[in-house]
Write a protein that binds this ligand. Structure first.
Ligand SMILES: Nc1ncnc2c1ncn2[C@@H]1O[C@H](COP(=O)(O)OP(=O)(O)O)[C@@H](O)[C@H]1O
Ligand SMILES: CC(=O)N[C@@H](CCC(=O)OP(=O)(O)O)C(=O)O
Length: 304
């Protein structure tokens, strides 16, 4: 009897702590990027899908953007195609593009849609070609001081977000694969963090959450110390000092892009923690790294 009272009180405490956050997010859009490295096993995948479905039930509008890098690597190796990355972005020739689209749109997207539907959600899978959702041109970057393209890697020029907005505000959960479409109708491969940041910006989302396979941004790639709050300037310094590297670069840049275009809060969280989405949103301290425009609110313990 005493034990069950204790459990009830604990649950009530959790609910009371969560209430202001539930109120703040009702009717608002939250963009959740589910990274390939966080899709570790069925149990964790199920817990992510449960969190997303629960958000929908309580009146939040989740929009899911997924990755699938490890699945693409596996498929490429089956075709004897080597994977090569520059600054966290996959060098994408036409054969690689074909495999990436096949995996992201045909496999990963449909798996997530089906899992959400099993949890009671009504998910709709899309990629950037559908309704010209993600328009792009060829991406170029400086390599050894020379402007270089990475093949069919796209730079987003526009998001036709109307379709997402309509779906997300209705009873459905949009699930987006990170493939863009060029003016010539060709497909382009785009990093999923970048897509999530831009979609959050175009939808004027309240929150952007990037789920990955580390606890957050750390003081070095191999350290255990997480930086729980970072400003835009601090992130730029960490990139310059090579503390933020590889796959973490498009994540933090996606967050900065979203913040600069009006998204309220951005978070990089550990997708290996069961119910990481609910833990971040509905607890006072949250988890992972929050990137924000300035630190004032955080120091006032004002997570909202
Ligand atoms: N400062 C840093 N803090 C944490 N992780 C970092 C840092 N710098 C680089 N990384 C790397 O970034 C990786 C996350 O990016 P990535 O592998 O592309 O994940 P995802 O598949 O979830 O998009 C981490 O596993 C880690 O190896
Ligand atoms: C250009 C580029 O790098 N595209 C990524 C798209 C998938 C992705 O971003 O997946 P994760 O989030 O799991 O890393 C790729 O080909 O791997």
């Amino acid at each position: 009897m005493y034990k069950s009272m204790e459990t009830i009180i604990k649950k009530a405490e959790i609910l009371i702590e969560a209430l202001p956050y539930i109120q703040k997010l009702t009717g608002k859009t939250v963009v959740i990027k589910y990274g390939g490295n966080a899709m570790i096993n069925d149990e964790l995948k199920n817990s992510v899908m449960e969190d997303i479905t629960l958000l929908k039930y309580i009146g939040v509008n989740p929009v899911v953007v997924h990755g699938g890098g490890p699945d693409i690597n596996k498929a490429l190796s089956n075709f004897n195609i080597k994977s090569e990355f520059i600054n966290g972005l996959r060098v994408t020739d036409s054969a690689t593009m074909e495999v990436a689209q096949m995996v992201l749109v045909g496999k990963t997207n449909k798996e997530i849609v089906s899992l959400l539907n099993q949890k009671g959600g009504k998910a709709i899978g899309l990629c950037g070609i559908d309704g010209n959702l993600i328009e792009c041109e060829q991406y170029t970057t400086l390599v050894d001081g020379k402007e270089t393209d990475l093949g069919y890697v796209g730079k987003i020029t526009n998001i036709n977000s109307k379709v997402l907005d309509i779906i997300a505000k209705d009873e459905y959960i949009p699930v987006v694969a990170p493939i863009g479409v060029g003016k010539d109708g060709r497909s382009y491969n785009i990093n999923a963090d970048t897509v999530a940041g831009e979609i959050a910006a175009y939808l004027k989302a309240e929150k952007l959450m990037l789920l990955t396979d580390v606890e957050g941004v750390k003081t070095s790639k191999d350290s255990k110390e997480i930086l729980s709050a970072l400003t835009i300037d601090e992130v730029h310094n960490l990139i310059e000092d090579k503390i933020i590297q590889g796959g973490m670069i498009p994540k933090v840049l996606g967050c900065i892009d979203a913040l600069e275009k009006g998204v309220g809060r951005t978070h990089i969280i550990d997708g290996r923690i069961p119910h990481c989405i609910l833990l971040e949103i509905f607890t006072y301290k949250g988890i992972g790294t929050m990137i924000m425009k300035d630190k004032v609110l955080y120091h006032n313990n004002e997570k909202l």
